[in-house]
Design a binder for this molecule. Structure first.
Ligand code: PMP
Length: 363
């Protein structure tokens, strides 16, 4: 490999990281990234196009994203002062980590507590900032291991705790009583409940945010039809939002993302809800069909994807599906209990049928 200029000046943690690079090849059926199926109505597309048409191209976007934040706040049932909008929840994860990175007394690095398996960006973004990451394995049902998490937190008190619920890649909500017990046992830590998939779950966890000062919530438009816009939002107490906002790059959300994000969450909210209903009914249907295949088991999902236990090595099935033009997500390189699991996004009915046909042929 070529010499890296100024190598001795780079953060040492970069040596252990690899760039986040999704599969770039073209596949006829992509069920690998938990995006929503392309099922927007013609009317909705027209409304989006009209909004693009009115863009003032020569002007900077609204630096405070006020219309977007107002719409996101109304959708979430909180005030705009409690909302920080970011370029996807990815950006908000990095802002949270940067803001809450002060090492505790007598330690040289702040600690981040999370689960495994879960969304990898918590770990990657924390390591990139030199923070220590404690990953506590989920239990046999992919739920929080409360005792292990509490024990870990006692040994290394975390500044931040990231809990995705529903979790990626397992698709389940974390048990409410465990989540609450974790929150109450860590009053000196900010517990971030990542609700990226909450539109596919029954209810949400906002009530925990309302009751506990040390809770924040993350949400995104990426999983409900608008991954292209890169709009995510953090819900936190207004004074904390104001602090984190000092770190936000100016104009982090372009005019189109602000404008279309506001449109999608106001006038097109009914369209989003209909899309989620369709995905949920497909989720029920696909789960039932998969359960009929010998050796497969599906973890009950409250997200727009399924966590599928395969009868043999997941890596082989992944490759066989890819060879048939169906891309799913495999975690087999990580070994252990992940070696027999695949994550499969719920797509449009025809895409789901294609997946099922391939699996029927392969088993
Ligand atoms: N949180 C979770 C749990 C996710 O699975 C993802 C996307 N894979 C994200 C956050 C990032 O979402 P965004 O597109 O809003 O950055």
């Amino acid at each position: 490999m070529a010499e890296i200029p100024c190598a001795s000046l780079l953060r040492p943690e970069l040596g252990e990281l690899t760039a986040y690079l999704p599969e770039l090849a073209e596949y006829p059926v992509r069920l690998d990234a938990n995006e929503a199926p392309a099922l927007l109505s013609a009317g909705a597309r027209e409304q989006l196009e009209r909004a693009v048409h009115d863009t003032r191209w020569e002007r900077y976007p609204d630096p405070t994203a006020s219309a977007l934040r107002a719409s996101l706040a109304a959708r979430s049932g909180v005030s705009p002062q409690e909302v920080l909008a970011g370029a996807g929840s990815d950006e908000l994860i990095t802002l949270l980590l940067t803001a809450l990175s002060r090492p505790r007394d007598r330690t040289d690095a702040a600690v981040v507590l999370t689960t495994t398996p879960t969304f990898v960006m918590y770990r990657l973004a924390a390591r990139a900032r030199g923070m220590r990451v404690l990953e506590v394995p989920l239990d046999a049902n992919w739920d929080l291991s409360l005792d292990s998490m509490r024990r870990g937190a006692e040994l290394a008190p975390p500044n931040l705790v990231f809990i995705a619920s529903p979790n990626n890649p397992t698709g389940n909500l974390m048990a409410r009583d465990r989540l609450e017990a974790l929150i109450t046992s860590l009053p000196e830590s900010l517990v971030v409940i990542d609700e990226a998939y909450i539109d596919y779950a029954p209810g949400n966890q906002l009530e925990l945010y309302q009751r506990f000062e040390n809770v924040a919530i993350l949400r995104t438009l990426s999983k409900i039809g608008f991954a292209s816009l890169r709009v995510g939002w953090l819900i936190a107490r207004a004074p904390l939002v104001a602090e984190i906002d000092k770190l936000r790059p100016p104009y982090n959300l372009c005019s189109l993302s602000q404008r279309l994000g506001a449109l999608v969450t106001s006038e097109l909210a009914g369209e989003l809800a209909a899309l989620c209903e369709l995905v949920k009914s497909e989720r029920t249907r696909v789960t039932a069909e998969l359960e009929k295949l010998p050796g497969f088991r599906v973890t009950p999902s409250q997200a727009n994807f399924l966590w599928l236990r395969t009868p043999g090595p997941a890596g082989e099935l992944f490759a066989a599906l890819a060879a048939r033009g169906v891309l799913v997500r495999s975690f087999h390189q990580r070994g252990g209990r992940l070696a027999e699991q695949l994550r499969v996004t719920i797509g449009a009915p025809t895409e789901n049928e294609r997946l099922l046909d391939c699996l029927r042929e392969l088993t």
